[in-house]
Design a protein around this ligand. Structure first.
Ligand SMILES: [Zn+2]
Length: 376
């Protein structure tokens, strides 16, 4: 076992504090990318910058010394949800938290710091392990943009550990939903509201009937739906011509997702038709669901590592997406592990130095123990 004291607790916290002070909202990862490149190179990695139209991803490669071990991919994202500018934080009694109006940025900079610390320990102690592929993605928070634009032909790993889960320590995310967003454009007929309202078809009224008819909120344990935006109308004296509705639904169950898709789009179309309005529906599948079976060897391996470190593994499903959805979709078995961050996407975001340390220890043990599995 890797001695727990190998992880330099203070250095890890300081790395994290350094990273949260570099502003890095989605698509503006340049500055943090530069810093991460330097840190990866310092820890013995060759760094490749993979640019795409809106940003870039970093891939760090570290040559292993264990003959016969298969490569392992470790991933975290560089961007943070906004607001982030002018971040204020405190470290009191072993807790690092946002003290201003911004998020802290622990999502996902706590993971970046844990990965860098684990690499530093491996480098300093020359620990024997296989090849590592470190992937730092961009614009994860905007719909997994970075991982969707990764050059997978340049990655060799068949297994990935993603550190991007806000859940109880020990949690391993084994299932995540498919996520569909949609836009509905309802078009009626404009008319003067006082002179000839009979000539109009009120798009707001039709849209309201549609909204009221749609399944909403938690549909089942595996499925959710939400209308998130409504825009339309121009003036009180005009029968409104157009309304745009934007919504989403998610499910970890394929059949439930398809049923919901039919119900939402079908009922919107029939209501629009019944009132003489036109409707144009544009769905976008943001990412696909995955489920990792309990007897999957990689999952079993991770559970074993956690137990060895004195941490009971918790296999949990999630309602959110992460880069793990994209990796799994590309045939790389990817498990997302909780790393200690709490209340993410809020100004109450925080992480304890203990959990920061614990997450790093679990990661370090996993990467040093990993040797890969025979193809089944
Ligand atoms: Zn995240």
């Amino acid at each position: 076992m890797v001695p727990p004291e190998y992880v330099n607790r203070r250095r890890l916290a300081d790395t994290f504090i350094g990273l949260i002070q570099i502003d890095s909202p989605s698509f503006r990862e340049q500055a943090i990318g530069e810093r991460l490149r330097v840190e990866l190179e310092r820890a013995g990695c060759a760094v490749e910058k993979q640019e795409y139209d809106r940003s870039f991803n970093l891939v760090g490669r570290r040559k292993g010394t264990s003959a016969g071990a298969l490569p392992l991919l470790v991933c975290a994202h560089m961007d943070t949800i906004e607001p982030t500018e002018g971040i204020e934080f405190s470290e009191v009694d072993g807790m690092i938290r946002s003290t201003g109006k911004t998020v802290l940025g622990a999502d996902d900079k706590s993971a970046l710091a844990q990965i860098l610390e684990a690499l530093s320990v491996i480098h300093e102690r020359d620990l024997p392990l296989g090849d590592l592929e470190i992937v730092f993605t961009s614009a994860e928070e905007r719909g997994l943009f970075g991982s969707k634009n990764l050059d997978f032909s340049r990655l060799r790993s068949r297994h990935a550990l993603v550190l991007d889960a806000c859940a109880e320590m020990g949690s391993l995310i084994v299932s995540a939903p498919t996520h569909v967003t949609y836009e509905m454009r309802v078009t009626g007929r404009p008319a003067h509201a006082g002179i000839e309202p009979e000539a109009g078809i009120n798009a707001i009224r039709v849209a309201a009937l549609i909204v009221a008819s749609l399944p909403d909120g938690r549909i089942s344990e595996q499925t959710t739906a939400n209308i998130g935006e409504i825009r339309g109308g121009t003036a009180t004296n005009v029968v409104p011509q157009q309304v745009v509705l934007r919504g989403e639904f998610r499910s970890r169950s394929g059949p439930e997702l398809e049923a919901l898709r039919e119900e939402i789009f079908g009922s919107a179309r029939s209501i629009a038709a019944a009132h003489g309005a036109e409707i144009e529906i544009t769905p976008t599948e943001d990412y696909r669901a995955f489920t990792i079976p309990e007897d999957d060897p990689f999952l079993q391996f991770l559970c074993g590592v956690f137990r060895k470190c004195g941490k009971a593994p918790l296999l949990v499903p999630t309602g959110g997406g992460s880069d793990a959805n994209i990796f799994n979709g590309k045939g790389i078995t990817a498990v997302n592990m909780a790393n200690g961050m709490r209340r993410v996407h809020s100004s109450d975001e925080h992480i304890s130095v203990d959990d920061l340390n614990e997450g790093c220890r679990l990661l370090l043990q996993a990467v040093t123990d990993f040797r890969g599995f025979e193809e089944r």
